[in-house]
Design a protein around this ligand. Structure first.
Ligand SMILES: Nc1ncnc2c1ncn2[C@@H]1O[C@H](COP(=O)(O)OP(=O)(O)OP(=O)(O)O)[C@@H](O)[C@H]1O
Ligand SMILES: [Mg+2]
Length: 332
């Protein structure tokens, strides 16, 4: 069953910016669906439409079988949302945030207390629960925001760039949480700029380019679809031109001190290619040959790589919380 259906979803802002350009996709129940794109690709706008925070200019979206415009409050009751810009009040404590959301969600007092303790423990926030959010690290804020999204036990979770700004350890902890949530029956719609994250975590990935979906597939099939392996060698920018004359303009790229060449399928091409590169004066020290990554898929589809953001410090995130899913309704 599709838990999210988007048909011809289109969002143009008053200033003429087209943030989402006639997008179609479906998300099946129980999958982790990755929405991948560089800054400004339209990820957050899509999440905002699906979670009823903004209206599409045209097109339709159904979430849990409900139209997001006609059944706004039912959709809100049944989903969890952790936005890229968490709306936390620095002058409230973590626990006060949870209490506020529990009241807004009309949770029964007994269930509320049990659930809050479960989440605070699971996300490693017990010790800081009574501190003002102003004193929290980036990682703690992210984790608190996740607990708020999960408090009422939603069966569908939207995570907008959940790991941006987290250190590697915190990122992995969040991945582990997402996996556990999925194993317990939850569905996740996750936006990310990290290609490794999409590859690791997602059952299927949509690559978004300037508001439009360039492709949707499993990470495995995306990589398979681009065919042969990739040859990488340390080089100077000047090496690109002779390499291009050997392999063709579109099959080679220079980035960050390395030259990358897309190899045609088949094992027999490598020796003759290496000889031709050598003959054209390119030093071949440090050559590696690897399977294509999602990054290469992304580059081939969109013409360039993803802008990487610097990761700032955060602290240990999200212990897995399997019992998050299942109640599925507000007012529990
Ligand atoms: N309220 C608004 N008014 C006008 N343009 C907007 C508005 N909100 C977003 N945009 C524009 O819409 C486009 C898509 O923005 P969006 O925030 O959805 O991208 P994103 O993929 O989430 O980017 P990021 O990775 O930086 O979070 C951008 O060009 C952005 O500047
Ligand atoms: Mg965004």
């Amino acid at each position: 069953m599709s838990i999210i259906e988007a048909q011809g979803l289109h969002k143009a802002f008053d200033d003429g910016t087209v943030a989402v350009d006639r997008v179609d996709f479906e998300v099946a129940e129980g999958e982790v669906f990755g929405f991948l794109g560089r800054n400004g690709a339209g990820k957050t706008t899509t999440v905002r439409i699906l979670t009823t925070l903004t209206r599409a200019t045209s097109g339709q979206a159904r979430v849990l079988g409900l139209d997001v415009v006609k059944h706004r409050s039912e959709v809100r009751d049944r989903i969890g949302l952790s936005l890229q810009q968490a709306a936390l009040d620095p002058l409230m404590t973590g626990r006060e945030h949870l209490q506020l959301i529990a009241s807004l969600r009309r949770m029964r007092p007994a269930r509320r207390t049990e659930r809050m303790e479960e989440l605070l423990t699971g996300f490693g926030l017990t010790e800081v629960a009574d501190r003002l959010v102003a004193t929290y690290t980036v990682g703690m804020r992210r984790r608190l925001d996740a607990t708020l999204a999960l408090l009422h036990g939603p069966q569908l979770l939207f995570l907008d760039e959940p790991t941006t700004g987290l250190d590697p350890q915190s990122r992995r902890a969040l991945w582990s949480f997402v996996r556990t949530y999925r194993q317990s029956g939850g569905t996740v719609f996750l936006t990310t700029q990290y290609l490794d994250e999409a590859d690791e975590l997602c059952d299927r990935i949509a690559i978004l380019d300037k508001g439009a979906v360039a492709v949707i597939d499993t990470p495995q099939d995306l990589k398979k679809g681009i065919g042969g392996k990739v040859l990488t060698l340390p080089a100077t920018p000047e090496a690109r031109e002779p390499a291009a004359s050997v392999v063709g303009e579109t099959a080679c790229r220079f980035t960050d001190g390395v030259l990358q060449i897309d190899l045609p399928a088949g094992d027999d091409v490598l020796p003759s290619l290496l000889k031709r590169l050598h003959d054209s004066g390119i030093p071949l020290t440090g050559v590696t040959v690897t399977d294509p990554t999602i990054e290469e898929v992304f580059i081939r589809l969109t013409g360039e790589g993803l802008e990487r953001r610097t990761q700032s410090d955060g602290s240990v995130a999200a212990a897995a919380l399997a019992r998050t899913v299942g109640t599925g309704r507000g007012g529990v």
